[in-house]
Design a protein around this ligand. Structure first.
Ligand code: AP5
Ligand code: ZN
Length: 217
């Protein structure tokens, strides 16, 4: 299956993607995680991405689209992917449409996670991630690690993301509304959008998502 996950910052995309990718046996591709891995390895791409991410802005399409396509090419060999955080504006969505068309394949669904803004702010404020892998995600209240400040998966140190500061979060939400939300209409026109509420327990949201994806298949 080829699935795109959309939703505001802090909606739980990364959290759900980990379970959905496992259930569906497809790789989870997060452009945010790819950028953060480049930042921790101090690559040129990481240095460039960091300046945009710290300000809550989108990293330019010229670097993002190439990076996402490279990763998708590796992934498609195993029969699909779950995209998290890409596409993030209409021109990225158009670039993805073209790439899929060239490969004569199609998206199966665009899963839209709906969460009210006050809940998103709470989720982001309490989020802690692992120094070794930003896909290892915890929450000080909702998903506490067994040992405070230590990742359950790999024992790495947990920390708060640089772009999770209040003023940056406000900017990211603004960018989501102005740049990312329009892709929902873009995909609605293709009949691909499935919207679910992402409120409630993580496992309940996963169940809701799996049921919605089955229905749309
Ligand atoms: P990215 O890393 O994609 O961040 P985002 O979209 O802002 O999303 P988040 O990672 O903040 O949240 P999430 O929805 O994954 O929530 P999570 O599961 O962690 O992008 C970061 C930056 O990179 C962008 O601002 C941009 O600069 C750049 N970038 C990335 N992609 C790009 C692109 N395509 N083009 C250009 N620039 C790009 O959950 C949040 C918290 O809530 C966690 O603590 C979790 O434990 C908790 N939680 C999750 N579910 C629940 C639940 N059901 N109940 C209670 N708590 C929950
Ligand atoms: Zn870890």
């Amino acid at each position: 299956m080829r699935i795109v996950l959309v939703g505001p910052p802090g909606a739980g995309k990364g959290t759900q993607a980990a379970f959905l990718a496992k259930n569906l046996s497809i790789p989870h591709i997060s452009t945010g995680d790819l950028f953060r891995a480049n930042i921790s390895q101090q690559t040129e791409l990481g240095k460039l991405a960091k300046s945009y991410m710290d300000a809550g802005n989108l990293v330019p399409d010229e670097v993002t689209i190439g990076m996402a396509k490279d990763r998708m090419e590796q992934a498609d060999a195993v029969g699909g992917f779950l995209l998290d955080g890409f596409p993030r504006n209409v021109s990225q969505a158009e670039a993805l449409d073209e790439a899929l068309k060239a490969d004569e394949v199609k998206l199966d669904a665009v899963l839209d996670l709906e969460v009210p803004e006050d809940e998103v702010v709470k989720r982001i404020a309490g989020r802690r991630i692992c120094r070794n892998d930003s896909a290892h995600v915890f929450h000080v209240e909702y998903k506490q690690p067994k040992s405070e400040g230590v990742c359950d998966v790999c024992g790495g140190e947990l920390y708060q993301r640089g772009d999770d500061k209040e003023e940056t979060v406000r900017k990211r939400l603004e960018v989501y509304h102005s740049e990312t939300e329009p892709i929902i209409d873009h995909y609605r026109a293709q009949g691909l959008v499935v919207t679910i509420s992402a409120l409630g327990e993580v496992a309940d949201v996963t169940e809701r998502a799996m049921a919605a994806l089955k229905k749309s298949a």
